[in-house]
Design a protein around this ligand. Structure first.
Ligand code: FPP
Length: 240
């Protein structure tokens, strides 16, 4: 679906999701947390496919934050393994659906195998023209802003650039989401109502949607509900 179609249907062009509640979902079932993450990965598969079919142009998922390294090694390893499993099992289907993979976050700190699979998935989907899937992996919003400042500072120095030329448009091109529209809708399942350092620059005017449903229970119906609620919102971007 192109820009005009999404405008007509009131569909958000860019949705971002903080996938929360995997651990609680597992605890409720007396299961280890890792199984909650596995169930969370199954929802990633469903929601990516459904969003792409709906005509969402950009889907950004918070899979692993810069703060998640503080979790026990066993859980960190399980999350990295799931990422590898996801790419290995889903790459063909993502290609078939014309999805383009983009990573937000510092890949250099990831285990070699995860980095290799990520690079492969980026390369094999680079010419796809359908939905862009932004995976936040070792991602932090503050980290992203500082990285952008450093790159911009280097450019200012190297090109002896006039700092008055820096504006919001230019700055946003140093973020992981360069050339992408800001998210229209942020969804956070799992009862918490905060941004947790996710896309904090890009979400300045994003509509926020919180639900008590835990991420492993968040399916197509729940996404439809969030989009319906978004359609009812009046977006003014600071105007009247
Ligand atoms: C937060 O739930 C979720 C995460 C830290 C990881 C999200 C990962 C996935 C959904 C699976 C893998 C993703 C991909 C893209 C393959 P939590 O563990 O903090 O839940 P809790 O608050 O109930 O403990």
């Amino acid at each position: 679906m192109n820009d005009n179609n999404t405008k007509k249907s009131g569909l958000p062009r860019h949705i971002c999701i903080i996938m929360d509640g995997n651990g609680r979902w597992a605890s409720k079932r007396f299961m280890p947390r890792q199984l909650g993450h596995k169930a969370g990965m199954d929802r990633v598969i469903d929601i990516v496919e459904y969003s792409s079919n709906l005509g969402i142009e950009y889907l950004s998922l918070y899979a692993f934050s810069t703060e998640n390294w503080k979790r026990p090694a066993e859980e960190v390893n399980a999350l990295m393994e799931l990422l590898v499993v996801y790419i290995r099992n889903q790459l063909n289907s993502l290609k078939k659906n014309n999805v383009k993979i983009h990573i937000m976050g510092d890949k250099s700190a990831l285990p070699n195998i995860a980095r290799r699979e990520i690079e492969r998935s980026i390369k094999e989907t680079e010419n796809n023209t359908g939905m862009v899937l932004n995976l936040g992996i070792n991602y932090g919003g503050r980290d992203e802003i500082i990285k952008a400042c450093k790159e911009l500072y280097r450019q200012v120095q190297n090109e002896n650039m006039d700092i008055e030329k820096i504006d919001e448009n230019m700055f946003s091109n140093y973020l992981y989401t360069a050339n992408q529209p800001d998210p229209d809708l942020l969804i956070r399942p799992g009862s918490e109502q905060r941004l947790s350092n996710f896309m904090i620059y890009q979400t300045a005017y994003t509509e926020l949607y919180f639900t008590d449903v835990l991420w492993p229970d968040f399916g197509k119906t729940e996404l439809d509900e969030a989009i319906d609620e978004y359609r009812k919102r009046k977006r003014r971007f600071g105007g009247l």
